[in-house]
Ligand binder design. Structure first.
Ligand SMILES: [Zn+2]
Length: 104
């Protein structure tokens, strides 16, 4: 799995921006639905808990987490959209499934 610059879901395009700061809460990633942007902390961002870099797998998991929020939003499952536990579990499942689907 790679981290693309943009992604399309149900005909809407979302830009994936790798940034030094996502928000004031020190989030690793966040989906801004109204502006069509998913922000993801850059690999060498210093705002990740004092570490020099963020492991690539962690960034992929964060992207999948934000995409799960987005998927629940576009299918109008507001309760699931707001459920961090479900969203995070789904992202972890996808982290395991996607490499297998890619034959890895
Ligand atoms: Zn979340």
């Amino acid at each position: 799995m790679k981290i693309p610059k943009k992604i399309k879901l149900f005909g809407c395009e979302y830009a994936i921006k790798q940034v030094n700061k996502v928000d004031d809460d020190n989030s690793l990633g966040k989906v801004f639905i109204d502006s069509g942007i998913i922000k993801l902390l850059k690999k060498d961002s210093k705002s990740y808990a004092g570490f020099d870099s963020i492991p690539e797998d962690k960034r992929k998991q964060v992207l999948l987490h934000e995409l799960c929020h987005l998927m629940f939003y576009v299918i109008s499952e507001t309760e699931l959209y707001n459920n961090e536990k479900i969203v995070d579990n789904m992202a972890n499942c996808l982290m395991e499934l996607i490499p297998q689907l890619e034959g890895k």
